[in-house]
Write a new protein. Structure first.
Length: 108
């Protein structure tokens, strides 16, 4: 399952707080039907019926089924640059499942 770093939790909470006051708001990571292997991140009012929901300390992430499979054993990290623009990156999770440093999905 996708995990969130402390930085990702803070950035997601900040982004969703700016977007709306709904407690269901989070970020959604979904596959793009017209671009195989591509994922898109957006702010969403809530999960779709088939989304996997990851919640940590008030940060909510919704993954469509394809994204959930691709991002299994990954960790989402985030940073904010000097201009205040957030960026996200994916890393392999530390631990036994990633001990060999390989993922069946390659770099995402």
């Amino acid at each position: 399952m996708l995990t969130l770093t402390d930085n990702a939790v803070q950035v997601i909470r900040d982004l969703t707080a700016q977007a709306t006051t709904s407690p269901e708001t989070g970020i959604r990571i979904a596959s793009q039907a017209d671009q195989e292997g591509s994922l898109v991140l957006s702010i969403s009012d809530g999960p779709a019926a088939t989304d996997q929901v990851i919640e940590r300390e008030g940060a909510r992430v919704f993954l469509d089924p394809v994204a959930a499979e691709v991002l299994d054993h990954k960790s989402l990290d985030a940073a904010v640059d000097a201009q205040g623009s957030p960026s996200f990156r994916l890393e392999e999770q530390a631990g036994p499942s990633a001990a060999d440093g390989q993922s069946p999905y390659g770099g995402v």
